[in-house]
Design a protein around this ligand. Structure first.
Ligand code: NDP
Ligand code: MG
Length: 404
């Protein structure tokens, strides 16, 4: 039997109505003897949250949008479930007493406070929400150590690196301090829908163009981030915290087929990577069931059908937001490898602001990179920011961009 888990995991799934949240529930549906749901949350999708609550019977659900809470309470009045709302509700779900693991599948740095609260409550963390590590990695990593909590990455590249790192001796469930055997990581990227395009061409691309990702089906925000390559920039910052890497140890590699999900180059010259079909169900499974593997999670990789794999350096001239992410990462690490600063917060918050507008049909595609660059260059940096200072830097960014 390849899959023999006997211990029940009880999950609190933050962002259960999203792309990662729904695929997490698919896993629960397949393994009801191993996985149970304690809490579910959505921002405003009452219909799906009601449906999920009826199917998975959590004791606690949160609808973030306070205007929708009463409607959800009425709809679920026949069930023994408590409906909560707002940030307080999200925090309640993140720390739900019966949960053993909190799956953070929220989009955006709204995930920071719930993740911090879940760690403080001693919950294991399965983290899809990269914005949290990007903006508060310097707070999260020491907190994990302090509370002896393990965090498992869901982001596919980071899952691939995590899987490759299982080949090294020592502590396997967390690598936050770095690993002496690692020379560098090769962080792969499909290049998104606009790979090979020039900045001039991209000026006229629409939201619909940007939402057509060649290999992955994901939520809208991350799909736009893949088109601008901001996603890869955020993933470099995420990898820095997850694996204790210096910026010079992170090499972005464009790999259009999305078959090699990332790799680790070790000091002896060995390169160990993880391959597979592009299917988020696999990294979700690995994060939740670690160190076990369940049968038939992703569709089988047919190398004969793939035939060829290709690799290119990233095009930082035509994707300025990626070039800026590299600079932000470098400057941030110069303040102190472990200290962090508000620079990544501003980079991320400006992107969230600009992408939300682009998705509403406001502005051009290239305005996203411009907004990030404007905010980063106008910002006065705070080194080693507290959680309050991280959230204040987010607010500063929004105010700055709105007032431009
Ligand atoms: P989606 O947009 O599909 O889902 C986001 C979820 O969070 C939904 O449940 C949504 O509720 C909820 N939500 C959104 N905004 C808020 C808010 N302000 N307050 C409370 N809840 C909120 O996102 P994805 O699933 O695509 O992405 C989730 C995270 O995982 C992101 O950080 C992304 O970068 C990362 N990731 C995603 C991948 C993917 O394949 N999708 C791959 C790798 C990483 P509602 O439905 O009501 O709006
Ligand atoms: Mg990824």
């Amino acid at each position: 039997m390849p899959f023999e888990r006997r211990i029940m995991k009880r999950l609190s799934i933050l962002g259960s109505t999203g792309s990662i949240g729904r695929q997490t529930l698919e896993l629960v549906r397949r393994f009801p003897e191993t996985l149970q749901v304690t809490a579910l949350t959505a921002k405003s999708n009452v219909d799906l949250l009601e449906q999920q609550t009826r199917e998975f019977r959590p004791g606690l659900v949160c609808i973030y949008d306070e205007n929708k809470a009463e409607e959800l309470r009425e709809r679920l009045s026949d069930l023994p479930v408590t409906v909560v709302t707002g940030m307080e509700g999200l925090l309640e779900c993140a720390t739900a007493a019966d949960a053993t693991m909190t799956v953070v599948a929220l989009v955006g740095m709204i995930g920071v406070r719930p993740t911090v609260a879940a760690i403080e409550a001693g919950k294991e963390i399965a983290l899809a929400n990269k914005e949290t590590l990007v903006t508060a990695g310097h707070i999260i990593v020491p907190l994990l150590k302090k509370h002896g909590v393990s965090l498992y990455p869901i982001d596919s590249e980071h899952s691939a690196i995590f899987q490759a790192l299982q080949t090294v001796p020592g502590e396997r469930s967390a690598f936050f301090g770095g690993n002496p055997y690692v020379k560098r990581i090769l962080l792969t990227a499909s290049g998104g829908p606009f790979r090979g395009c020039t900045k001039e061409q991209m000026r006229s691309f629409t939201c619909e163009d940007a939402l057509k990702h060649p290999n992955w089906s994901m939520g809208k925000k991350i799909t736009i981030d893949s088109a601008t390559m901001v996603n890869k920039g955020l993933e470099m910052m995420e990898a820095r915290w997850l694996f204790g890497l210096k910026p010079s140890q992170i090499q972005v590699v464009i790999h259009p087929q999305s078959v090699l999900h990332s790799a680790v180059e070790f000091v002896d010259g060995a390169v160990v990577g993880q391959m597979g079909t592009p299917d988020m169900r696999l990294p979700i499974e690995y994060a939740i069931l670690y160190p076990e593997r369940a049968p038939q999670i992703a569709s089988q990789l047919d190398l004969f059908a793939v035939r060829e794999l290709s690799f290119f350096p990233p095009d930082t001239d035509n994707f300025p937001a990626l070039a800026l992410a590299m600079e932000v990462l470098r400057r941030d690490a110069e303040y102190g490898q472990q200290t962090g600063s508000t620079l990544p917060v501003v980079y991320n918050a400006a992107n969230e602001w600009a992408v939300a507008r682009f998705l509403q049909g406001i502005g051009a595609f290239t305005d996203i990179a411009d907004a990030i660059a404007d905010a980063v260059s106008a910002h006065t940096v705070t080194v080693a920011p507290t959680l309050a200072e991280v959230l204040a830097a987010e607010q500063w960014t929004v105010d700055f961009l709105a007032g431009r």
